[in-house]
Design a protein around this ligand. Structure first.
Ligand code: SAM
Ligand code: PRE
Length: 247
């Protein structure tokens, strides 16, 4: 994995462009996401532990919006169920290329790993195969809000009995005081991880048009409307959370 530090927003930019998962972001992504998302390493590792409980023999495990494959690698560390394979999907060519390099490196060292197919494509256009685990780890927030319900409906339809969707997202809060407090604490988290006020402000304007977080209540209602029978939050750190949704 690249160890390059994230300094993408360290210098004043005349105009801050909309955030995109391009080559520049790919180079610093492991550092960026760890220093920006409270609880990210815990979520990723335990996503593997949870997935091992839901994985069904001879089924597909999806990593949707896989970026550099952190979730895929956690699935490989924890899932031991016979005949499972991972399909990792991302629509950023730069992410997919680097993800394939990392995974090919692993494949050449370890023979017992779950097979992985990395697909460059739009998850909104995916024909889902019967799956036991679907991970959307900080991906749904980048999908246009009007597309989210239909996508979750297709995921629910594809899930096998005993399977699960694991959905991690940044949250917004309907209570304005709660929203302001957790936003301030998230900024303090970024500051403590070495980001300057300028970096924090420029990153915020870069993501505000492309990343639209929902509240926990909106997630729960939409998941139920999409056909899921049960929604169980299993992790929250500040304004970032992860949920299990059962078909
Ligand atoms: C915040 S990153 C996900 C992080 C990753 N899951 C992890 O845990 O390290 C969001 C990813 O979703 C991808 N993405 C956004 N919209 C997508 C779409 N419609 N289809 C496929 N991938 C998409 C982006 O290219 C990006 O790599
Ligand atoms: O909320 C923020 O400030 C973030 O930087 C969040 C977030 C995310 O949740 O995906 C946004 C973009 C980067 O991929 C890493 C982190």
């Amino acid at each position: 994995m690249s160890k390059e530090p994230d300094r993408l927003f360290a210098q004043p930019l005349p105009q801050v462009p909309d955030f995109a998962f391009n080559e520049d972001v790919v180079r610093v992504f492991p550092d960026m996401i760890k220093r920006s998302v409270p609880g990210y390493p815990t979520i990723v590792e335990n996503l593997g532990v949870l997935a091992a409980q839901f994985a069904q023999p001879n089924s597909v495990l999806y990593d949707l919006g896989s970026s550099l494959g952190a979730v895929t690698q956690a699935l490989r560390r924890h899932v031991r169920t016979d005949g499972c394979r991972v399909i990792a999907v991302d629509n950023s060519a730069a992410m997919v290329e680097r993800c394939r390099e990392y995974l090919n490196g692993q494949d050449s060292m370890f023979q017992e790993l779950l097979p992985v197919e990395v697909v460059e494509g739009d998850i909104l256009a995916l024909q889902f195969q019967p799956a036991s685990v679907v991970a959307l780890n900080f991906t749904l927030q980048f999908i246009a809000p009007e597309e989210r319900l239909a996508l979750l409906g297709r995921i629910c339809q594809s899930l096998l009995p005993g399977g699960a969707l694991i959905l991690s997202e940044k949250l917004r809060f309907n209570d304005l005081e709660e929203h302001a407090l957790l936003t301030d604490l998230h900024i303090a988290f970024k500051r403590a991880n070495g980001y300057s006020e300028l970096e924090i402000a420029q990153k915020r304007s870069a993501i505000e048009n492309v990343m639209k977080p929902d509240s926990l209540e909106e997630h729960r209602e939409r998941l139920l409307a999409a056909g899921f029978s049960k929604v169980v939050p299993w992790f929250q750190c500040l304004n970032f959370a992860s949920l299990i949704a059962l078909p």
